[in-house]
Design a binder for this molecule. Structure first.
Ligand SMILES: [Zn+2]
Length: 442
């Protein structure tokens, strides 16, 4: 084809596609953009779970695994393909981008955040998702060969999704809906806004971060560069979930030093640190453990024990939504250490470290951002379900770094394991909720 002919065709296409806008990008670029815009949230999700982005708390790197950086580069390409602005990917794997405002009104800058990593608890390599269409309420065979089943007897919440389309695993890996569903939803919402310029909105920022699952997602998050008035993490569970309260959290490492003597000659001499540790454990309230608590009830959780006669260490985590009760739990541990030392002078020591705090105190002064999310859900036909998080989120840490950041459902269930699933319709509603938040803030 001659250059002239090419040129003629090009102008013809320009006139046909967009008679009013001569700055329309060249046709091939435009086609790519259109493809990006009209991909469904499910297409995107199925594309993203191909990446193995399991994080690893032992590598001491950011991101903790190379797969996350690979995924970040891929996502960067996706965002570039959508012609978003201010796209940055830093060395730590934090990917930011902007959808510019399409109105001159003075509006808050709103951020949407999701994490790229999957849990270290189970492999996310070679995920083979399957869509169970029009779910009929029966047991889903995940893996015939290995006899792995997802049944409503074990997971009654499945029955909430009868008639819907559920994405499941093949039983050998996790699915990665936590939190690739969140990423797919954010990108789909942005694509929707691009395709619907009649929907007015302010400046929207999106942020994808590594290493949430190992508690380091917010660590190197550059809140200043992100530049938002407030943001939402799309990292909650079932449809309707909206969270702005989480645990106050601390770790306590208790070290007990014993005295080892030949057991045949140990009378009145030996101190067996394992036995001292055992009595320490039994002094803590027996029912205040994860397996006996729910809702707003806090706990002491013994996560690890290592020891011999000479020395035993106990690793606890302490959790409570209420700040005063949280502080008193820490004091109780210190009290028990003193009590143990009265019986065995100098044998017991403790190191307590605060890990994160309940974001509620940072959200309460800006409750309108919760009301905005609730209204966005109601307009999407979703009943908001405000629940206290029995854990932490990136949003909690970001809130304390100056970016108020509640958590909204991404739609998945049974995170971190082979039974993870996400209903397609829940993801679609999450997209609608994001769009509504943007719309309603005008
Ligand atoms: Zn998550």
């Amino acid at each position: 084809m001659s250059i002239l002919c090419k040129f003629t065709n090009y102008s013809l296409i320009l006139r046909m596609v967009s008679p009013h806008n001569l700055s329309t990008p060249p046709p091939h670029r435009n086609r790519n953009l259109i493809k990006r815009i009209y991909m469904t949230v499910t297409d995107r999700f199925l594309d993203f779970v191909k990446f193995d982005t399991q994080s690893d708390e032992l590598t001491n790197m950011t991101p903790s695994t190379p797969g996350q950086m690979e995924f970040a580069h891929y996502l960067k390409g996706v965002l570039e393909g959508m012609n978003l602005e201010d796209i940055t990917l830093d060395d730590n794997g934090y990917l930011f981008a902007t959808l510019p405002a399409n109105t001159d009104a003075e509006l808050p800058v709103i951020g949407f955040i999701a994490h790229m990593d999957t849990s270290p608890d189970m492999s996310g390599r070679n995920v083979k998702p399957r869509i169970v269409t029009n779910y009929d309420g029966s047991t889903i065979t995940l893996n015939e060969e290995k006899g792995i089943e997802l049944s409503p007897e074990q997971f009654p919440e499945l029955l909430d999704y009868m008639g819907q389309d559920i994405i499941v695993t093949d039983g050998t890996t996790l699915l990665g809906a936590d939190d690739k569903a969140g990423i797919a939803e954010i990108i789909s919402a942005v694509a929707y806004l691009q395709a619907h310029p009649e929907v007015k909105h302010g400046k929207i920022r999106i942020g994808f971060n590594p290493d949430e699952e190992i508690g380091l997602g917010a660590h190197k998050f550059n809140v200043e560069l992100f530049g938002c008035d407030f943001a939402y993490t799309m990292d909650g569970g079932a449809i309707g979930e909206l969270e702005y309260e989480n645990f106050n959290a601390a770790s306590a490492k208790i070290t007990i030093k014993g005295r080892n003597v030949h057991p045949g000659y140990a009378k009145h001499k030996m101190i067996n640190s394992i036995r001292v540790a055992n009595s320490f454990i039994t002094m803590l309230p027996r029912w205040e453990t994860p397996e006996h608590t729910e809702g707003y009830e806090g706990f002491y959780h013994l996560v690890g024990i290592q020891g011999d006669v000479e020395c035993t260490t106990l690793n606890y985590i302490i959790r409570d939504h209420d700040r005063a009760r949280f502080e008193s739990r820490k004091r109780e541990i210190e009290h028990l250490v003193r009590k143990t030392n009265m019986e065995y002078p100098g044998c017991c020591s403790v190191e307590i470290k605060d890990q994160y705090y309940n974001m509620r105190e940072k959200i309460e002064p800006v409750m309108h951002i919760i009301e905005l999310a609730e209204k966005a859900m109601v307009e999407a036909g979703v009943t908001p379900h405000v629940v206290p998080i029995r854990g932490g989120t990136d949003g909690a840490q970001l809130s304390f770094k100056g970016l108020p950041c509640p958590n909204i459902f991404a739609g998945g269930h049974n995170f971190h394991g082979r039974y993870e699933f996400v209903p397609v319709q829940s993801m679609e509603k999450a997209v609608e909720v994001i769009v509504n938040i943007c719309k309603l803030s005008v």
